[in-house]
Design a protein around this ligand. Sequence first.
Ligand code: MIC
Ligand code: SF4
Length: 641
Amino acid sequence: MGLTLSEKIIKEHLVCGEMIKGEEIGIRIDQTLTQDATGTMVYLELEAMEIDRVKTELSVAYIDHNTLQTGFENADDHHFIGSVCKKRGVLFSRPGNGICHQVHLERFAVPGKTLIGSDSHTPTGGGIGMLAMGAGGLDVAVAMGGGAYYITMPKICKVNLTGSLSPYVAAKDVILEVLRILSVKGGVGKIIEYTGEGVKTLSVPERATITNMGAELGATTSIFPSDEITKEFLEAQDRGSDWIELSADPNAIYDEEIEINLSTLEPLAAMPHMPDNVRKVSEIGKIKIDQVCIGSCTNSSLSDMLKVAAILKGKKVAPNVSLSIAPGSKQVLSMLATCGALTDIIDAGARILESACGPCIGMGQAPNSGGISLRTFNRNFEGRSGTADAGIYLVSPEVAAASAINGYLTDPRTLGGELKISMPTRFLINDNMIELPASPEEARDVEVIYGPNIKPFPKSNKLTDEIQAPAILKVGDNITTDHIMPAGAKILPYRSNIPYLSQFCFRQCDENFAENCKAAGKGFIIGGANYGQGSSREHAALVPLYLGIKAVITKSFARIHAANLINAGIMPLTFENADDYDKICQGDDLVLTNVFAGLDSGKFILKNTTKNIDIPLVGVFTKRQKAILKAGDLLQYTKSS
Ligand code: MIC
Ligand code: SF4
């Protein structure tokens, strides 16, 4: 039987388990990446694990999220991460060097290798044929220490691409179309593999846009074959020797198949407030806009920026619109400057931001009250922009640039002609903002620098056989990690200070959540379907742990968040009958009985003592997960095993 591309890479890296769909497998990790918003925790965990030097082929720490320095906190975190990197053998990408996924694609991603990153958009590397997955911080720390990464063997969904994109239709429209078809839950438990004739018409950055935003499908990852186009890209990055050819066997068997004819696609937009709320731009019509933001790890490559520059050239940003542009990396910015395209962008009136996540994570550029903002980003969750009542539309760079000039949502095809850009055969290579670690001998004298805002992370208590606690919060479907642990300029500087961070937990859903938790001392969270979608931030588990949450009971979970809960020693349990969700009200007193027997059988009973009813729950854990929960958390488990 032939193998899919993902199966080939998994097989090559399998250290534990069998490639049977739905079973747990452990895979060897070749590369890791971290960013600073999750990185402080990762490196605190690495230090707690007492690992002398990282054991991966390559580990890189990027500073790209918390670059707005309104106080000492972010700069202290940068120094802390930099010092651990120097000591432990990790490359350090300094602030200004670019967004982790963009820089990693340019300089480090290798077809056929495995990568995990403490950021949910790590699958960007799939654009180059890498098996790249987002993971919780602790999982990344364990992988740096040489440990395997455990996932449930996913189903493989084939997306067969035919035809080629029409002028002004972009890779963003391809992934928006996949989101329209599959929804934000549609990729859970799956790897999305792109195949077909249409693949050859897409460049590596275009493929990376598609795999990047596969995160919004909830997919484990997304991947493209490694072909001649991949080779050209790697050669242009002076990394031709990293190339290998890689594709699925012709007789590979897939669990699901989707057909997309690229030629029939039109410019699309994800309307507020979910990435799968997709409609054709031509159908939405000419809505008036207040802001346009171009950049983020989804759409900040050189080719994206050159297209934007070509549309803006000789034009002026509409008077009612604020246009900001953040090129994805120093390489992109400096090449834009060299070829003159940056001048076209500046002359049109764009506000140039540093090469970082910026507005995508609410680090500046919050829209005006009730403002409409078009963004080339990947998430438009309510409030994420920093303005609670803003409406965010996710669009391609072409739609963004055309709309910025007109002042209203514009189908770029109305600009006419064809958008011609010329891509250089060689990128400008200058890795001078990547600091190399100290040699093992020198590393002994390197001191790890802890700023005053860096507080120890919470430890969990040993599991008990009976847990009595109130339903401290009840929420609905599709709760994102931005609901659980919001980001934004005001809160992000405290990513290394869990006690301080805790006051913001679930604020958008219940402003008294933290106080209620403190008063009760413990609690259960009740949720709907796809709980914990979005970011990989383990803070969405560590902060509830700090606030005394013992278990989260939902209709279903997003993959990375469920793993983060287990790693933090919080049980993710689901209703055996989804309708039982209605049998619990916020504030009800609950008792989870016979927990240890439940861990073995996978079945639990939750007594709602307020309503005097028993509710059957399910919690199927692997041997390793049971051991983690029994040990208290992954850190204690790793130390003891
Ligand atoms: C995001 O896009 O939400 C982030 C910020 O990059 C997160 C990581 C984080 O919360 O720090 C992600 O996607 O994992
Ligand atoms: Fe940064 Fe936004 Fe990408 Fe997250 S999604 S890594 S915040 S650019």
